[in-house]
Ligand binder design. Structure first.
Ligand code: SF4
Length: 233
């Protein structure tokens, strides 16, 4: 949905036509950051699945995921070695942060509460939701990006609105591992109107196979070399 809201044509390239961006347009450092985030999530999920909550177990699972997800990129692409060192530090630090806060919840949960999947159809669009953890009517989502939004910004995010519809929880807490910050919203105070309007627009675009370009994003777009709607000025 974030991609569709940015540019409908980009959404078409990425999710309908499944176009691979030209490799020279790929931000490999950005890809590494994203994959390192997945490796951190994988380590946390392994802890819940194995019911082992020790620092060594977390770190060794994160390293395993790093070698599967990130090392192949480092081996093949010209990535910045300082960026890699930073990512290693962030990975280890973020797992420490996770353990010192939400990690303790693992001691009280069972596997059914972790990686919770749910399906729904909203405005004619099938939606799949995957929560990191639901405990005591609170949904937790672990984030591995640098940005930490204000509460009012988080309350407008499509993902948060959809979580509140799909999972019946009282609160949604986003835990920003890189920054050791938690931002939470009350699910009952959310305004779902813009999200449902966007779902309507998606429904029409998908059914009429018509996707509108948004030229504001062209300069940063990974499909710019292939897109016939590209505007350069
Ligand atoms: S180049 Fe511009 S119009 Fe084309 S997909 Fe990217 S953002 Fe959309």
């Amino acid at each position: 949905m974030e991609c569709f809201a940015l540019c409908e044509v980009k959404y078409w390239y990425r999710y309908i036509n499944k176009t691979e961006p030209e490799s020279n347009a790929v931000d490999w450092n950005g890809q590494l950051r994203m994959k390192n985030g997945i490796a951190v999530h994988n380590a946390i999920e392994s802890a819940y699945k194995a019911n082992i909550f020790t620092r060594d177990f977390l770190i060794s699972n994160w390293k395993l995921s790093w070698s599967n997800l990130c090392k192949p990129i480092c081996d093949q692409q010209d990535v910045d070695s300082e960026e890699v060192r930073n990512l290693w530090e962030q990975g280890a630090r973020s797992l420490d942060m996770w353990w010192s806060t939400t990690g303790k919840l693992g001691l009280h949960t069972d596997r059914g509460l972790v990686e919770v999947m749910a399906f729904d159809v909203l405005q004619g669009i099938p939606i799949v939701g995957k929560a990191d953890l639901i405990y005591d009517e609170v949904l937790y989502d672990w984030k591995t990006g640098w940005g930490v939004p204000k509460e009012e910004t988080l309350a407008k995010k499509f993902q948060v609105i959809l979580y509140s519809h799909i999972f019946e929880v009282k609160k949604i807490k986003y835990f920003y591992l890189w920054r050791n910050k938690i931002v939470e919203v009350d699910s009952r105070d959310l305004n779902p109107k813009p999200t449902f309007e966007l779902l309507d627009a998606m429904w029409f675009a998908l059914h009429e196979n018509r996707f509108k370009p948004n030229h504001k994003h062209c300069k940063k777009c990974e499909y710019s070399s292939q897109c016939k709607f590209l505007l350069t000025n």
